[in-house]
Unconditional design. Structure first.
Length: 635
């Protein structure tokens, strides 16, 4: 059986995109660092690729990147990181490095925390857990809402009143569909409540949560009552567990079967019963306000919905809009969900249009993702737009918001209704104005797509210039470089004379002076001072300090006549701004002519890839002579 250095679990409430995007990101980051990893996914189909007890026992650490409840008690005694699924997608390398360098606390299933865990981490963990509890309820509720909503929507094929025996449109099969769909929709609040409570108080929480959720539903508190009731039920169970923890272990069965359910249902149910009156008023008032805005301020409502849906692409803000839409759907309001769906569909479609408008702004992988997003967007899966938003979030996210808002505003202004809570263009036959709705969504996507193509094109050109000035290459640029200049290798620019051992310098600037002088001495430059100034300018733009004691300063100047690579091992470490905060003792530097046709991108990429391998870094640290280092890079 294979041994995995790291095991990880990913999961998101919908279990459609985030789960597997985080899985891919973690697997690719681990591959880059030469680390073995196994990722367990928690999607709508359940748990895939589950860990065995042996795999858990042998792993050095655990990464939980999930916005839904994952059983972490099985990781007792392991170093464990518990973060959102978004961090798993955006910071996989950072999470893996934290495990590898023992920067995370040991988890104990009894709730105790290691001394290494500081207050800030504990605070962040609390709010993340609150979100996870909420999303656990949402993930279990969502399939019911979709199933019920679509069945009710299909019943309207025979007429909007086809389920009413008194109507001329009455159809017995439509009535059956409507009734079954209604039962599924009515379970929304109890299931939401129960699974929030289950995430907090486990099986006892589930029991208390269902009872509390039924009270919330019966008393008309809506999904707000389901959320409040879920936390109420869950923490009631936690309180009971604390109060009865001194009972003999032989009475554990009595606690789980009798004490916790009976006392928990009474306490939580009674509180929810008396809270129902004000909560019902809040729920009714909120829904009335939103309904009023559909008629009086469709522009304002569409703008708000567009911003919410495109702000985090399936995250908590997006889910807030979606939950409100499903709650109104359950009350027979099909107009609100039309705008929400339009705003969710537009961003992924926009990425596809952007790729069509400006292919040169994207790598081959990004172009493929953009084309796939036409399919994802058409089925109401917003998450496909996340990688494009993450490239340049301060510019790209507002662009997505604009397109989503246009689609939602036009939808509300023309009173389009969508009776199904999910499905995208699949449910077009159920929409009252299907062609118009699709046109409005495409208009919003085209606006975002055009602006995105311009912004990403500008960003790509800016990034290329920055790289020419010494900014490290990213994955997308590596793809471009490998296709255009793969023939260049480090052995073309590294000689034994460019490798120095036991260099005696006391600061970063003194080291940069040494590099500039060496460039002049070895015949690569005609002006040491000009090269030194370019080194300083590069560091001012952003430190070239990496991690593990390595820095990669580089300079591009007209005084440099040909590309060169210089490797130095210092007599003593010096201060440098690095990713891991450690001093630097190994330098890998590049000298770049002003016009080198982009060859230096390959050199930077090749060196960066080598430094991702722990075995290579260890051999580099152990090397004692210039010839050893030269052979290591050539190998």
């Amino acid at each position: 059986m294979a041994k995995y250095k790291i095991i990880a679990a990913t999961g998101c409430p919908t279990g459609i995109a985030h789960t597997y995007m985080a899985q891919e990101a973690l697997e690719q980051a681990a591959k880059k660092q030469g680390v073995s990893i196994k990722v367990e996914t928690h999607g709508q189909s359940g748990t895939d690729n589950p860990f065995t007890p042996e795999e858990i026992r042998e792993a050095d650490g655990v990464i939980i990147a999930a916005d839904k409840d994952v059983d972490i008690d099985r990781f007792d005694g392991k170093r464990l990181i518990n973060v959102s699924v978004t961090k798993g997608m955006k910071e996989p390398g950072k999470l893996i490095n934290s495990i590898l360098h023992d920067k995370v606390p040991v988890y104990h299933s009894d709730g105790s925390r290691s001394e290494e865990e500081n207050h800030e981490e504990a605070s962040g963990s609390f709010w993340h857990n609150i979100y996870v509890y909420l999303m656990n309820g949402v993930s279990h509720m969502l399939p019911l809402v979709v199933a019920g909503g679509v069945l009710i929507a299909i019943s309207f094929f025979w007429g909007i009143n086809s389920a009413d025996p008194k109507s001329d449109q009455f159809n017995s099969f439509a009535q059956l569909l409507n009734t079954i769909g209604g039962f599924a929709m009515n379970l929304m609040v109890p299931v939401l409540c129960a699974y929030i409570a289950e995430a907090i108080g486990k099986r006892s929480g589930l029991v208390v949560g269902f009872a509390t959720g039924m009270i919330a539903y019966t008393n008309g508190t809506g999904f707000l009552g389901g959320i409040v009731g879920g936390f109420l039920a869950g923490y009631t169970v936690l309180l009971l567990q604390h109060l009865f923890k001194k009972l003999p272990k032989s009475l554990d069965g009595l606690k789980q079967i009798f004490l916790f359910p009976v006392i928990g249902v009474f306490i939580s149910g009674a509180i929810m019963w008396y809270m129902s009156v004000p909560m019902k008023d809040i729920n009714t008032g909120m829904m009335s306000f939103l309904k009023g805005m559909e008629n009086s301020s469709p522009l304002v409502l569409g703008l708000i919905i567009g911003i919410m849906c495109a702000s985090d692409m399936g995250g908590p803000i997006n889910k807030a809009a979606y939950l409100t839409g499903t709650a109104l759907l359950a009350q027979g309001n099909y107009f609100f969900m039309a705008g929400v769906s339009a705003a969710c569909i537009a961003p992924p479609l926009a990425t596809g249009f952007s790729v069509l408008f400006n292919r040169k702004a994207y790598s081959e992988n990004e172009r493929s993702a953009g084309y796939v997003n036409f399919l994802l967007g058409s089925t109401h899966i917003t998450e496909g737009a996340i990688p494009f938003a993450a490239k340049n979030p301060l510019i790209n996210i507002p662009i997505f918001m604009l397109g989503s808002s246009i689609a939602a505003i036009l939808t509300y202004m023309t009173r389009i209704s969508v009776p199904a809570p999910h499905g995208g263009f699949i449910v077009l036959p159920l929409v009252n104005k299907p062609l118009l709705w699709m046109i409005f969504i495409v208009i919003g996507a085209l606006v975002s797509g055009f602006l995105l193509s311009v912004a990403d094109g500008h960003h790509a050109r800016k990034e290329e210039v920055a790289i020419s000035d010494g900014v490290p290459v990213d994955d997308d640029m590596e793809n471009k470089v490998e296709q255009g200049a793969a023939s260049n290798a480090l052995d073309d620019i590294l000689t034994e004379g460019n490798i120095k051992i036991d260099v005696d310098v006391n600061s970063r600037d003194e080291l940069l002076h040494y590099l500039a002088d060496l460039a002049l001495t070895n015949g690569y430059s005609s002006d040491a001072n000009a090269v030194y100034e370019k080194y300083l300018a590069r560091e001012a733009a952003g430190s070239t300090g990496m991690e593990k004691g390595i820095a990669i300063p580089h300079a591009q100047d007209s005084s440099i006549n040909r590309s060169a690579m210089i490797v130095l091992k210092l007599k003593q470490p010096i201060e440098w701004k690095t990713f891991d905060g450690k001093q630097v003792d190994t330098i890998i530097s590049f000298l770049i002519p002003e016009n080198d046709n982009g060859n230096h991108l390959t050199y930077l990429s090749s060196a960066s890839k080598l430094l991702m391998h722990e075995e290579f870094v260890n051999e580099l640290k152990k090397a004692q002579t210039p010839l050893e280092i030269l052979n290591l890079f050539n190998k």
